[in-house]
Design a binder for this molecule. Structure first.
Ligand code: LLP
Length: 413
């Protein structure tokens, strides 16, 4: 459910016509809906009501300060993967005490920064990282709270680039090695075992692999508790998918049922790390048609959004629906919608049926709230997009469009 709807043929974000935003701010521009962001957070919260839990929004999905601030206000925690993300959380008013830190390559400096900030726990992904964290803990004179991220070796049945729970993946420690590592940690004075963690992948659309993975990890959690480890947190990662076109992912309620069944009797506080499910369908990317071009084999529509602004189609062949900001009558024709970046992979939509737009027509690239702006770059020296947050009939710029001076900030000719 989102709040992007047509009113008399004109696409609105809540009560604001997207055309008005494009007119005022230009394109490309990301536009987010406060009502959708808030609703998604609350729906997940309600689904887990009655179970001790903490929603740690996965910052990588969309790390813009205003978005983080909104989830902090809702009482959310955060899932981070770098010192930079921690700094963003703090800048946005988020609580480090509700923040978990994952990632296979945390540096000792990042560990120290996070320990000093008082984060909830480190999700440790290798034996050597465990030793490094112990060293940091001893240096600072504090036990670093940690969970081991275990790899349950389950196929999440999603795109191979965003599948993380297979044996062949770089993430987590092998399931079989976890017990020995917890045992080693007992002798380490800079550490304190507080939880167990897993994450099997992103854009999960089926409940079955979640069930298998979480059951397996919950079994390990129970066994560690029996062995006397004072664990409190069972972190089941993120990954709940959204509908981009015709996917039918579990609803938050179905997701909660699957999870709660799997973790029964663990007595743990659940940690959830949703990213995409909270922000994906809460954002669109506005683009303007520059040119149409017919070749002997194809019709191209050239727009001003490039793969630097939204890399998902180029990187994962991801599908994003395109909606005209103002509806146009006519018969759909098959077109390739392409961006201005000098790469053949800069295709926003391949073989898409659209009513042939006119020059200057506006389109909304739908479901662009997750992994859009946060993965954008300045490739081809294209300043990054502006971002706008709509709230009812009001809207404001939450990130200014970059200028060319921003492009060379810190450089020396
Ligand atoms: N927790 C961990 C440890 C993760 O690695 C991730 C995502 C999440 C939580 C949040 O997953 P979500 O709920 O958003 O599925 N750039 C890709 C997705 C990469 C996901 C990386 N890890 C995309 O655009 O599809």
């Amino acid at each position: 459910m989102n709040h992007f709807n047509y009113v008399r043929g004109s696409l609105h974000a809540e009560q604001v016509p997207l055309a008005a935003i494009a007119e005022a701010v230009g394109t490309p521009t990301y536009v987010y809906s406060t009502a959708t962001l808030t609703r998604h957070f609350r729906v997940v919260t309600e689904a887990f009501q009655g179970t001790p839990h903490l929603i740690c929004y996965s910052v990588k999905a969309n790390s813009t300060l205003a978005v983080l601030h909104l989830f902090a206000k809702e009482g959310g925690g955060f899932d981070i993967v770098s010192g930079g993300e921690l700094a963003r959380v703090q800048r946005a008013g988020g609580s480090p005490g509700k923040t978990v830190f994952a990632g296979v390559g945390k540096t000792p400096e990042e560990m120290e920064q996070a320990l000093a900030a008082g984060i909830l726990m480190f999700n440790v992904e290798s034996a050597e990282e465990l030793e490094a964290l112990d060293a940091v803990g001893r240096k600072v004179g504090r036990r670093a709270p940690f969970a081991l991220r275990v790899n349950p070796d389950v196929d999440a049945r999603t795109h191979r680039y965003i599948s993380t729970g297979l044996k062949t993946s770089k993430f987590g420690v092998p399931f079989e090695e976890a017990v020995a590592l917890y045992a080693r940690s007992r002798k380490m004075k800079g550490l304190s075992a507080v939880g167990l963690d897993c994450h099997i992948g992103s854009q999960l659309t089926q409940a079955a692999p979640m069930k298998v993975a979480i059951s397996k990890v919950a079994g390990l959690y129970r066994s560690l508790k029996e062995q006397g480890y004072p664990l409190s947190y069972l972190d089941i990662g993120g990954g709940l998918g959204i509908t981009y076109s015709d996917e039918t992912p579990p609803s938050p309620a179905e997701y909660a049922r699957t999870v709660l069944k799997a973790v029964e009797d663990t007595g743990s506080t659940l940690i959830l790390e949703p990213g995409r499910a909270l922000v994906g369908n809460a954002g669109v990317l506005l683009t303007r048609v520059l040119y149409r071009k017919r070749t002997p084999t194809k019709t191209f529509v050239v727009v001003d959004v490039g793969m630097n602004d939204l890399i998902r189609p180029a990187l994962y062949e991801a599908h994003h629906a395109l909606q005209p900001v103002v509806k146009r009558r006519g018969k759909p024709v098959e077109v390739d919608v392409v961006g201005p970046v000098c790469e053949s992979s800069d295709v926003l939509a391949r073989a898409r049926a659209l009513v042939l737009p006119q020059q200057d027509d506006l389109y909304a690239v739908m479901s662009a709230g997750a992994y859009g702006m946060s993965m954008s770059s300045t490739y081809n020296s294209r300043p990054r997009s502006a971002e706008v947050l709509v709230d009812g009939a009001a809207w404001r710029v939450i990130r200014e469009r970059e200028t060319v001076e921003d492009l060379w900030r810190g450089e020396r000719a």
